[in-house]
Design a protein around this ligand. Structure first.
Ligand code: NAP
Ligand code: COA
Length: 260
């Protein structure tokens, strides 16, 4: 578990897609460091469970929405501004994934993932821009190695996450003058998550994934959350426009890097 070496007391952190897995872990890490949290996703029961679990120090806010619906995202941001004020740390992590051969994938299957990951990230950033604390806000988009490493049966995710990283780089340029930093974090294979269950469902798959990591193990949710804490902190005040892997070196070897 992340120990609170970073202090986010008095800061507002809004995590889109923050109700399970890696993104919920990120939300918990910020809450342990004193931040006030808001989370949003589609399923009311997940939103309420996350909101309640994140309310240990400060009451968290929860929003039921689909990031594909710009108006719903904007309404959540506006409500947040009314209740809490500006957003200091904005995290866009809502995503969809499933393995599918491109030749058999329906156009709507491809579109669904691009809509959630890439267009959803634009919606989140666009809707929140006015509400970001300026100067000083930090935006973190949750990406994936598929953004820059072609992966079979992942054409939809590769296209979607490549778009996410280009949004990161482009908006880092546009928003830098306002004192807003924009970065991506790219997790490797993270144990116990929905993404891993979908792409590596068997124990053999997981062992193969771990062997491909130079550090020799699957990642944990906290391995990713700690990188987000760093990126959002003053220690990273001169870091913007980067895609920072939290992957044990997986991308160095393009998934073939482990010697184990
Ligand atoms: P997860 O638990 O399924 O997290 C996805 C989150 O997004 C959930 O809170 C989900 O909640 C929400 N969500 C999905 N579609 C949404 C939509 N249309 N609108 C609003 N919210 C939506 O998956 P995870 O494996 O932890 O992945 C989290 C992030 O890490 C993703 O961005 C993923 O691409 C990235 N990543 C994961 C891995 C890995 O090993 N797991 C590796 C690389 C990158 P609802 O169902 O309630 O909407
Ligand atoms: N293989 C091929 N196509 C699939 C599929 C699969 N496993 N799962 C869904 N699709 C297709 C559907 O057939 C549909 O296309 P169609 O209308 O041509 O039939 C399209 O994708 C949309 O499916 P639907 O179930 O209506 O989408 P949704 O908006 O309810 O859900 C998903 C979005 C498909 C991405 C769903 O998997 C999801 O909600 N994922 C979130 C959790 C997640 O993926 N976590 C891991 C993050 S790394």
């Amino acid at each position: 578990m992340t120990m609170p070496v970073f202090d986010f007391s008095g800061k507002n952190v809004f995590v889109f897609g923050g109700t399970s897995g890696i993104n919920l872990g990120i939300a918990h890490a910020f809450a342990r460091c004193g931040a006030q949290l808001a989370v949003a996703s589609r399923k009311p029961e997940k939103v309420e469970a996350a909101r309640s679990a994140l309310s240990h120090t400060h009451e968290a806010l929860g929003y039921v929405l689909d990031v594909r619906d710009f108006d719903a995202v904007k309404a959540a941001v506006d409500d947040h501004v009314t209740k809490r004020g500006k957003i200091d740390v904005l995290i866009s992590g809502a995503a969809g994934n499933f393995p599918a051969a491109a030749a058999a994938l329906s156009p709507n299957g491809f579109k669904s993932v691009v809509d959630i990951d890439c267009i959803g990230t634009f919606h989140v950033m666009r809707a929140a821009h006015e509400a970001l604390a300026k100067p000083g806000a930090s935006v973190i988009n949750i990406s994936a190695p598929q953004a820059f490493i072609p992966m079979a049966f992942q054409a939809h995710v590769c296209a979607a996450k490549a778009g996410v990283d280009m949004l990161t780089r482009t908006l880092a340029m546009e928003w830098g003058a306002e004192g807003v930093r924009v970065n991506s974090v790219s997790p490797g294979p993270i144990d116990g998550t929905e993404g891993m269950e979908r792409l590596a469902p068997t124990p053999e798959d997981k062992a193969r994934s771990a062997r491909a990591v130079p550090l020799g193990r699957l990642g944990t949710v906290d391995d990713v959350a700690d990188v987000c804490l760093f990126l959002a902190s003053d220690a990273a005040r001169y870091v913007s426009g980067v895609v920072l892997p939290a992957d044990g070196g997986w991308t160095v070897g393009r998934g073939f890097g482990g010697l184990g």
